[in-house]
Design a protein around this ligand. Structure first.
Ligand code: ADP
Ligand code: MG
Length: 321
């Protein structure tokens, strides 16, 4: 494209909050045939809220809802919870103290949920973010773990007593996480996130244009599929439980089939995948690292702007030919 055409395209894009990093990017966008969306914060609002707190005893699996005032009085799970020293408030207190060291949307939801229930949230004494897994923190009460089953196993906590509870919550599209204190499993928390209003429209418009749509997430398979179904992405095109350092490999493997991939993401953990993709697209609300790694930034955080970016790219080229 001529410098003038590039200038026009860049200007039109900017008017819609679509920032292209240079003329070659503007030209590349029209050749994209596959769009890979990150889930959390990209297809979903990334505004998670706490939905469930379930105390799990080592022998009996429980099930309960955090919105109810007391531990449920029916069923075996409830009686186990009543006998236990652990209650929902301790579960929340431990998790919130550990998560207050993290800026992850999950962490923010846990902290906000605890505060909403008048639980004092203390700062962790020491804190470690385990990418794609959760957090480990030294808090007043001991050493806390919040995150996936694999994180528990890594520190010799058996996640199995909570397996059924996890499955139930994940089937509802919630992200469930385990909470442990000093090697003891306390229970399960779940957070939920709404899909963005335009996510479904973006997916169907892309597919209507013959563009394949994938979803890539560090979240578990069950939650990922539930969300994919809501936005109209085929279960076959869902890549779940992808660790942050594997996201770029996953994009490359999709590109190995000869596809020209636009990766759309917002997080630090998306940055390598954004760099690896034919076109990397970051959301304006995303982390600086993601924006730096990306070729395009969508300032409005709207998945539909992916299509607008394609139209700008096409328009620019057709005008100069
Ligand atoms: P995504 O790819 O969906 O943006 P991440 O890679 O950031 O998600 O996280 C993947 C998974 O790791 C989350 O779904 C959650 O199960 C777990 N996880 C990450 N950070 C935390 C945290 N601070 N607390 C609990 N779980 C976490
Ligand atoms: Mg994300």
């Amino acid at each position: 494209a001529t410098p003038a055409a590039t200038m026009v395209g860049t200007t039109i894009g900017a008017k819609h909050g679509i920032l292209f990093k240079g003329g070659d990017v503007l030209e590349r966008v029209r050749d994209v045939d596959t769009v890979v969306f990150d889930k959390t914060g990209t297809l979903t609002k990334g505004e998670m809220h706490l939905t469930d707190a379930v105390v799990v005893s080592p022998t009996t699996d429980g099930s309960g809802d955090v919105d109810s005032d007391a531990v449920r009085a029916d069923g075996a799970g409830a009686s186990a919870a009543v006998e236990s020293d652990v209650d929902e408030r301790l579960l929340l207190e431990v998790a919130a103290a550990a998560e207050s060291g993290s800026e992850h949307p999950i962490a923010e939801a846990v902290v906000a949920g605890a505060k909403k229930r008048d639980i004092d949230v203390s700062d962790p004494v020491a804190f470690q973010n385990v990418a794609g897994q959760g957090v480990r923190a030294r808090i007043d009460r001991g050493t806390a773990l919040v995150g996936k089953p694999d994180l528990m196993r890594e520190y010799d906590v058996d996640p199995d007593p909570a397996a059924d509870t996890m499955t139930d919550l994940e089937s509802e599209g919630k992200t469930a996480m385990l909470v442990a204190l000093d090697d003891e499993l306390l229970g399960v928390l779940a957070v939920a996130d709404e899909v963005k209003d335009s996510a479904k429209e973006a997916v169907s418009t892309l597919r209507g244009r013959g563009v394949s749509v994938f979803m890539l997430t560090g979240d578990n398979e069950r939650t990922a599929r539930a969300v994919a179904e809501r936005v109209g992405i085929d279960a076959d095109n869902v890549r779940a439980e992808v660790m942050p350092d594997e996201k770029a490999d996953e994009v490359e493997s999709i590109q190995d089939d000869g596809r020209r991939v636009m990766m759309v993401g917002d997080g630090v953990n998306d940055a390598p995948a954004l760099a690896a993709a034919f076109v990397g697209t970051a959301l304006g609300s995303g982390t600086d690292v993601a924006i730096e790694a990306a070729d395009v930034t969508l300032m409005r955080d709207d998945p539909v702007d992916v299509i607008r970016a394609m139209r700008v790219s096409e328009g620019t080229l057709s005008k100069i030919k």
